[in-house]
Design a protein around this ligand. Structure first.
Ligand SMILES: O=C(O)c1ccccc1NCC(=O)[C@H](O)[C@H](O)COP(=O)(O)O
Length: 220
């Protein structure tokens, strides 16, 4: 198991760090996790060496999450050789997530694209530590996540999550309070909603988002 926030404290992940000011803001304002996007067609793409350089700015602090889209073993092995990652967040099937966990022994988070209640998993699967519940991208999207697209939060009402989970998709400092009240999400993930331009994080928006996400308590 990787780091989890204390009971009653909502976890916050800031995803898609590419530059020093954004990374430093995550450290300063106490994000629980930071995400590095290893997907070349993203405006937030970083190489493993760039992620290592950012990560090395601070010892400890947020857990480092690497995002991979349908990764093969070689891609994961190369990244892990270069940058210490605490979590592998993958866009792939449950079966592949289980395989990745068995092969690398690193906690694996799986993105679960959702458009209806039927997409919400109801049974636990081995090898997956956490689910990222995010909207199914439109067919025209060039990437599976990070599209500032909001999910229908009411879908989560009455859902009994079989895993620890995190809400993602279209969150920002102005809507995160409502999002956590409606969904009861124990953790939230944001990328576009704390940016001043694609791939460039706003330190002020990061501070605001973290503060607001934690302003509503929840009981696990
Ligand atoms: O951010 C990207 O460009 C990206 C590319 C490929 C796969 C995933 C990607 N992002 C995932 C995320 O950052 C999270 O899902 C995020 O919290 C939701 O994004 P956003 O709606 O932009 O907040």
């Amino acid at each position: 198991m990787t780091f989890s926030p204390a009971p009653g404290v909502r976890g916050v992940k800031i995803c898609g760090l590419t530059e020093e000011a954004g990374f430093d803001a995550c450290v300063t304002h106490g994000a629980d996790w930071v995400g590095f996007v290893f997907f070349e067609r993203s405006p937030r793409y970083v190489t493993p060496a760039q992620a290592r350089a950012l990560s090395a700015r601070h010892v400890g602090g947020p857990a480092r999450v690497g995002l991979f889209v349908y990764p093969d073993d070689d891609t994961l092995a190369r990244a892990l050789d270069i940058v210490p990652l605490d979590v592998l967040q993958i866009y792939a099937s449950f079966e592949r997530a289980t395989e990745v966990h068995a092969r690398f022994g690193v906690p694996v988070w799986l993105s679960q694209p959702v458009s209806t209640g039927a997409d919400l998993p109801t049974t636990r699967r081995a090898g997956v530590e956490r689910l990222l519940i995010e909207p199914k991208p439109p067919t025209t999207a060039t990437r599976p996540g990070g599209n500032a697209q909001q999910l229908d939060w009411s879908l989560m009402q009455g859902w009994a999550p079989p895993f620890p989970w995190m809400l993602a998709g279209g969150l920002n400092p102005d809507n995160v309070v409502e999002a956590v009240i409606v969904t009861g999400a124990p953790a939230v993930d944001v990328s576009s909603g704390v940016e001043s331009a694609p791939g460039i994080k706003s330190p002020r928006a990061i501070a605001d988002f973290i503060h607001k996400a934690r302003s509503v308590t929840f009981s696990a």
